[in-house]
Write a protein that binds this ligand. Structure first.
Ligand code: CU
Ligand code: CU
Length: 286
């Protein structure tokens, strides 16, 4: 059993050790394997094949297991390190301690959006991007996108998503109009509104956080730890609700074979959503 903390409460020593483990994971090549795994599972719902990770009911369990694998890899380097969470409803400014030189570094510079400060700045020699669609070798960000401002989701927006007692609903994709899963994952009809809650945070950070290789930015893990915590909050608020769909969509349903029901093994670990509903024996949030 280990504890995941709010990143704002980490001591200088805890930040130093987390950064050290991240840099060592990068140096060993394992970090980039995690990035490639995320890229491989980035299957949009326009494609007629199974979707385990995004635009799908198993968005929460898939990312729970993915974070746990990543955290175990960090812990093989430093057993005391855990993945902290970033509560972006509270820590909303580009000047927050999260973005300081001793932690994740700050926003990108004007022009190429290259991050110039902190341990993950390319110029500091330890963070070279190897898997992305375009050519740059450096981490990019555009916090808050000052040229056309976007805002982080508010506590009220999160509260409204948590109030939905139904976990997910047909058609089990990015067009589901209601349900906790898509309200948090954050897909909706076009334009800037297409980016709500979870998606909006990727948008607000900008740069590499926008695409399928978003784990290239270490803030990915802190963001998704908070998403994982929100799943806990929803479960506590609705103890009689549960993961849906309970059984696979019928053969005539266009989503048959494309989404994962409660007892369908999720790739690549072949673990069922039912096995990922309760993490209380593995880790807890404080
Ligand atoms: Cu993802
Ligand atoms: Cu995400």
């Amino acid at each position: 059993m280990h504890t995941r903390k709010n990143q704002r409460n980490l001591t200088a020593e805890e930040k130093r050790r987390l950064v050290g483990a991240l840099l060592e994971l990068k140096r060993s090549g394992q970090y980039d394997e995690f990035v490639r795994m995320h890229d491989a599972f980035y299957v949009p719902d326009g494609q007629n094949r199974p979707r385990a990770a995004h635009m799908t009911p198993s968005f929460f369990p898939w990312h729970r297991r993915y974070l746990l694998e990543f955290e175990r890899a960090l812990q093989r380097i430093d057993p005391d390190v855990t993945v902290p969470y970033w509560d972006w409803t509270a820590d909303r400014a580009p000047g927050a301690s999260l973005w300081a030189d001793d932690f994740l570094g700050g926003t990108g510079r004007f022009g190429d959006r290259q991050v110039m400060t902190g341990p993950f700045a390319y110029r500091n020699g330890n963070w070279r991007i190897t898997s992305r669609i375009t050519d740059g070798k450096y981490l990019t960000r555009d916090l808050g996108r000052p040229s056309d401002p976007v805002h982080l989701p508010t506590a009220g927006e999160v509260r409204r998503a948590l109030a939905d007692p139904v976990y997910d609903t047909a058609p089990w994709d990015s067009t589901a109009r209601t349900g906790f899963r898509n309200s948090i994952e954050g897909w909706s009809a076009g334009g800037e509104e297409r980016w709500r809650n979870h998606n909006r945070v990727h948008r607000w950070v900008g740069g590499l956080m926008l695409g399928a290789t978003s784990p290239n930015d270490p803030v990915f893990w802190l963001h998704h730890a908070f998403i994982d915590l929100l799943w806990d909050r929803w479960q506590r608020a609705h103890p009689r609700s549960g993961y849906l769909p309970r059984t696979p969509p019928a053969g005539s349903d266009p989503q048959a074979g494309r989404v994962f029901a409660l007892h369908d093994p999720l790739p690549p670990w072949e673990v069922r959503p039912a096995e990922l509903l309760d993490h209380s024996r593995v880790y807890r949030y404080v």
